[in-house]
Write a protein of this length. Structure first.
Length: 304
């Protein structure tokens, strides 16, 4: 039984995982109340986009905020907390009920609601890094080009087919590789260094190692090392070779291919010649120039 959660605000997206979010939220609230007390857990359901962010930012009187849903509601809740003064940020926790669940995977949180609740009740609150891009925050991933196009495709494909998880991302990935293996020119500066001009098919900036429902794009990324990990796929690369590298990325085995460049940096500035497909934590963003940095240890997060 946890001694440190205090009063808990549970922010749930009832529409998550094709409607499973609602019953999962009720189950989580029941389990947490059984351990912490009936009045110790408040369940707030989101009503639409950005609502989780507003709830987290305005929440008063709670020691812990737990987001239950997919990476989208986790992303929104974290952004709401990051808009608060550091001394006023509650501890953050997650219960994954989504199609990707990459942040929970990084933290080691189970996709089983009962087990996730047990993990959170026994967890320690540890400082973790949060990425920032153009004034907004991301907890796991920021990407441009092919992988962002795949993320956009998965959103539309999930609505259309009802599928989720790795197979959904695989389907979207193969579709985009066959149709949109686009090369994008960029200019990037890492940690204030001399700008580098190059071309990319994919450009990912990671707090943790995962994206796309468990693809280990930056295998050595850690959420508490104070730096961002970068993975860039450069041309030339044909469809067959790109598909082979894409499949190898599931386990992080793409590292070492000559097309793949990896870096670490605390800050970077990326300017694309044309606005690329772009996403952070699965949420669509737009622009041509991106200023990226890491807020080291900015959130205290419950980790098993």
């Amino acid at each position: 039984m946890s001694e440190g959660l205090g009063k808990v605000l549970l922010i749930a997206n009832p529409a998550a995982q094709n409607g499973n979010g609602g019953p999962a939220a009720e189950r989580a609230a029941e389990r947490l109340r059984a351990n912490l007390g009936e009045g110790a857990v408040v369940l707030a359901r989101t009503a639409g986009p950005r609502h989780a962010s507003e709830i987290a930012e305005r929440a008063e009187g709670c020691s812990t905020v737990i987001a239950i849903g997919g990476d989208g509601v986790i992303h929104e809740a974290a952004n709401g907390l990051m808009r608060r003064a550091p001394a006023e940020r509650p501890v953050f926790g997650v219960i994954p009920v989504g199609s990707g669940n990459d942040y929970a995977r990084t933290l080691g949180i189970s996709e089983d609601v009962d087990e996730a609740c047990a993990q959170l009740l026994a967890a320690r609150a540890l400082p973790v890094d949060v990425g920032r891009v153009n004034g907004r925050w991301f907890v796991e991933t920021l990407s441009f080009g092919l992988d962002a196009a795949i993320a956009h495709d998965t959103v539309e494909r999930r609505v259309r087919t009802g599928r989720s998880g790795t197979m959904l991302y695989m389907e979207a990935g193969v579709n985009q590789l066959l149709r949109h293996l686009d090369v994008r020119r960029y200019r990037a500066s890492f940690d204030g260094g001399v700008p580098v001009e190059s071309e990319s098919v994919m450009f990912a900036v990671q707090v943790g190692p995962y994206y796309g429902s468990g693809f280990k794009i930056c295998p050595d990324a850690k959420v508490d090392d104070g730096v961002l990990d970068v993975c860039v796929a450069h041309p030339p690369v044909g469809v067959a070779r790109a598909l082979y590298i894409f499949m190898r990325a599931k386990t992080g085995a793409h590292i070492g291919f000559k097309q793949i460049e990896t870096r670490r940096a605390s800050t970077l500035r990326i300017e694309f010649d044309e606005a690329p497909p772009a996403q952070m934590d699965g949420e669509r963003i737009e622009g041509r120039t991106f200023d990226v940095s890491v807020d080291a240890g900015a959130l205290r997060v419950l980790r098993p």
